[in-house]
Ligand binder design. Sequence first.
Ligand code: MF3
Ligand code: CO
Length: 249
Amino acid sequence: MVIIKTEQEIEMMKRAGELLATVHKEIAKIIKPGISTYEIDQFVEEYLKERGANPEQKGYHGYPYATCASINDEICHGFPRKAPLEDGDIVTIDMVVNLDGWLADSAWSYPVGNVSDEARKLLDITKKALYLGIEKAVVGNRIGDISYAIQSYVESEGFSVVRDFVGHGIGRSMHEDPQVPHFGTPGRGLRLMEGMVITIEPMINIGKYACTIDDNQWTARTIDGKLSAQYEHTIAITKEGPLILTDQE
Ligand code: MF3
Ligand code: CO
């Protein structure tokens, strides 16, 4: 069941989203070779708590950390770790902020130091794919229009779209209906209505889209060991068009 949000509720989610966006901007400043994702995770948890917010992921189905930190061939749900990041890594930091009971969800991929041209291209295309999807998040369109915009662009660039993880509705809980796949057919799926709030969060691989899950039962990584990236925003569908609640601009 899709839970439609009022303007006031979207305003509450926007406050959570603005806080989340400031966290990403802080991470962008401190991320470099030598820092660990464990340190970043602790920074995020403290930053949120000092501002009266909570990291919703911690304890969610037993997930042990405030953030997911997925390095190189890790697709998502990477565990923060004490090993320092190395020059040339790419790392996706994903988090859900709970502020006064309303949630926002945003993941961002970061280059660490100097990355290869191929990694840079993966980051650029993945980010562009997110924004192409967001453009389609308008009243009257269907979920498949978002899915298709992302898939057709990414595949035209020779990269692949992960199938096993999708975007989702969000509100007072992290995962609500509908599901938002990043692959699919235009004109298909649920019709978008004013007051829906969804995430769009394409995970894009250089090689095959298939993944395996680590022994920790959480971390997904590419089956061929090639790089994966992800950018995610929380989006409200409004009469005026898509409103990016986690915008960093
Ligand atoms: N932020 C993720 C999403 O987009 C959720 C991570 S799973 C968790 O759905 F358990 F770590 F929270
Ligand atoms: Co999400």
